[in-house]
Design a protein around this ligand. Structure first.
Ligand code: FPP
Length: 249
């Protein structure tokens, strides 16, 4: 089943970077009269499957919105459960990440994370630091406005210290001060769960991303649906502000 869809993907026109807003865990659980936490547990299994297929397809960067700055406002029990799930899942999967040559990366405001969770996740990052295949970035305690504000603060500090000149600040400078520095911008942004919004995720970086929204809740999102999103992406004409005629010239 997956093999046929993978074969439909044009390997010469792959998105380099796919970013995903994983949404719908709670609704998935509610539909089944289960606790929200059951949706998050199942969501972790989807993370595993989608990392596998992204690596198999040959995607270079996969960035997952695992926990937003706003998520700190959820009931404490849910926050604790999510943190625990993420840490345990990453620790459990580290050996497999290494086997599959996947490098783990994290972006976000870690000052708000429990120190123990942060330490355990950094250990997993260190353990996969030598991997050269897919870069799996978890956005944890992340919000784009936080990231852009931090970048502004650091740019201003460097300008005051004469490390950079104000006149030279351009798009590329800003990109270097974001937590995604060194990564290409996402070509494709997938959102599961049906809501059509970007929820404070990579606002600067998705300037020209193709957006793909599916009604499917994250726990039900599977390898085939990931392939379908890539195939849909490949059918789009990316004009970057130009005309169709200019592109064919
Ligand atoms: C949104 O569903 C999902 C989250 C807030 C958390 C997503 C996190 C995981 C799937 C675990 C990640 C694990 C690893 C290993 C990275 P929601 O609760 O907002 O669902 P709803 O919109 O239906 O309420």
């Amino acid at each position: 089943m997956t093999t046929t869809l993978i074969e439909e993907i044009d390997k010469a026109r792959l998105p380099k970077h796919v970013a995903i807003i994983m949404d719908g865990n709670g609704r998935w659980a509610k539909m089944r009269n289960m606790e929200r936490s059951a949706g998050h547990v199942e969501g972790v299994n989807t993370v595993r499957k989608i990392t596998e297929i992204a690596s198999q397809v040959g995607i270079d960067y996969l960035t997952l919105y695992a926990f937003s700055t706003e998520n700190w406002n959820r009931p404490q029990a849910e926050v604790d459960m999510l943190m625990h799930l993420i840490v345990v899942a990453i620790e459990r999967e580290t050996a497999d990440l290494i086997k599959n040559n996947v490098r783990l990366n994290m972006i976000g405001d870690f000052s708000r994370m429990p120190a123990a969770a942060y330490e355990r996740l950094t250990r997993c990052m260190d353990d996969t630091a030598h991997c050269t295949g897919l870069v799996l970035t978890l956005a944890l305690s992340y919000s784009s406005r936080w990231e852009i504000t931090e970048a502004c603060r650091r740019i201003a500090a460097d300008a005051v210290a004469n490390e950079i000149s104000v006149a030279d600040i351009n798009d590329e400078t800003v990109g270097r001060y974001l937590s995604t520095a060194g990564m290409p911008d996402p070509d494709l942004l997938i959102r599961t769960g049906g809501d059509v919004r970007v929820s404070n995720f990579l606002l600067w970086q998705i300037a020209y991303a193709e957006i793909y929204v599916t009604q499917t809740f994250w726990p039900d999102f599977d390898k085939d649906q990931f392939c379908r999103a890539i195939i849909e992406y490949q059918s789009r004409e990316r004009r970057f502000g130009r005309t169709s005629e200019q592109l064919t010239q």
